[in-house]
Design a protein around this ligand. Structure first.
Ligand code: PRP
Ligand code: URA
Length: 209
């Protein structure tokens, strides 16, 4: 079973409180999503392998450690996942970005795929799937299934808020995937929205409501 990492760092919790507030406007919401993504990336990349190198400092030779092993790919689930990409790329500039477009059917809440474009060497990369919300888990589970079809075996999921139902689904469908979240909320409502959640992440990032 993949590990569920609940990141309860005070900075994350404080920023999350701003996202949850219905009075937070689009500009601040978008900025804070980015800041949270960077902090989560910092934790989710904690165990990346490193190897020893030597560099000449102005004073002497220093033994240093640099990233080794697989390169990274970030795969946002459109739309809301886009809000997490830029600040992660700032931290890991060599990462490539794949995109998966999914929307939830308003009646069935089942994900519908409308776009998919992956870097050609994605199967050689460690993949971080990012989306602020893990509700029923349908979107994340389908996205991970699509990515596996490209031959990827090393996949991590990062969500800001998760519902217990979504965590259960991803763990059931993809027991090899580790999940990083900043909060696990109470339940889903009749429209499959996370309670208390933060509302519709895509609408709040892009100002579409
Ligand atoms: C939201 C969210 C996730 C999905 C989560 O996207 O960003 O992708 O719902 O729900 P699930 O776990 O029940 O699948 P939405 O479908 O609203 O599309 P959008 O990002 O384009 O607004
Ligand atoms: N998608 C969202 O943006 N919010 C939810 O609460 C559930 C799905």
């Amino acid at each position: 079973m993949g590990t569920l990492h609940i990141l309860d760092h005070p900075l994350l919790q404080h920023k999350l409180s701003i996202l949850r507030d219905k009075n937070t406007g689009v500009k601040e919401f978008r900025e804070i999503v980015g800041e949270i993504a960077a902090l989560m990336c910092y934790e989710a990349t904690r165990n990346l392998p490193t190897e020893e190198r030597e560099v000449e400092t102005p004073i002497d030779t220093a033994k240093v450690r640099v990233l080794a092993g697989k390169k990274l790919a970030i795969v946002p689930i459109l739309r809301a996942g886009l809000g997490m990409v830029d600040t992660i790329i700032d931290l890991v500039p060599s990462a490539k970005v794949g995109h998966i477009g999914l929307y939830r059917d308003p009646e069935t809440h089942e994900p519908v795929k409308y776009y998919c474009k992956m870097p050609p060497d994605i199967s050689e990369r460690q993949v971080f799937v990012v989306d602020p919300m893990l509700a029923t888990g349908g979107s994340a589970s389908d996205a991970i299934t699509f990515i596996k079809e490209y031959g990827c075996r090393n996949i991590t999921l990062m969500n800001i808020i998760a519902a217990p139902e979504g965590i259960e689904k991803v763990q059931r469908d993809h027991p090899d995937v580790d999940i990083f979240v900043a909060a696990v909320d109470d339940h889903l409502n009749e429209n499959a929205y996370i309670v208390p959640g933060l509302g519709d992440a895509g609408d709040r990032i892009f100002g579409t409501k």
